[in-house]
Design a protein. Structure first.
Length: 193
């Protein structure tokens, strides 16, 4: 058990029978008769729903310990992704909701840190930005408008909007939180995720 004043981002807690990951914590000083408040942004690890909660600083919460294991991505099936522990060869199916849009960007053999609670996967620690190759889009054009966009299909089947200058076979970076184009990947300064 911990008090609300001890909350920090990344912790996993149980509130009213539900399991939440702490995303952000902010403490506010007393305002008149109200008293101090700890404001926390929480994400339900099962449903992914966000909740902005307010706690009194001395309110007690269940701090849960999670097990983190590096698992190898094998394949994606309808609604689930299968991972394997490279040491024990144990396979685990992870619901697609836990991975979100990132499930479409995983390549076979990639190592992904997964967090487990009570033997079940509850979250994956994935980057917010991933790269993919454009397989289909209109020919590039260099217009004078910066705000001109066109549809593009990525190698994983996802459709996004990209600037007019992007050509087929180019690699682009995509923000997995929003599913939007960020930038073109230049081969001379390509990052390894």
């Amino acid at each position: 058990m911990i008090t609300a004043s001890e909350l920090v981002g990344g912790m996993v807690v149980r509130v009213e029978g539900q399991i939440y990951r702490i995303l952000k914590v902010e403490s506010k000083a007393a305002a008149a008769k109200l008293g101090d408040v700890v404001k926390a942004e929480l994400s339900n690890v099962v449903t992914g729903r966000l909740w902005e909660a307010r706690f009194r600083p001395q309110e007690r919460l269940d701090d849960l310990s999670v097990e983190r294991r590096s698992m190898q991505f094998l394949f994606r099936d309808s609604g689930t992704c299968t991972f394997m522990d490279p040491h024990t060869f144990e396979q685990v199916e992870v619901p697609g909701e836990i991975l979100g849009l990132a499930a479409n960007f995983l390549e076979s053999g990639a190592l992904v840190p997964l967090e487990f609670f009570a033997g079940k996967p509850i979250s994956a620690l994935l980057p917010d930005i991933m790269e993919a190759r454009v397989v289909q889009t209109a020919p590039p054009s260099h217009s004078q408008q910066d705000s001109a966009w066109k549809e593009a299909t990525l190698e994983n089947g996802i459709s996004i909007r990209v600037p007019m200058f992007i050509a087929p076979e180019e690699r682009v970076r995509v923000d997995l939180r929003t599913g939007r184009y960020i930038e073109r990947v230049h081969s001379d300064r390509r990052r390894i995720a």
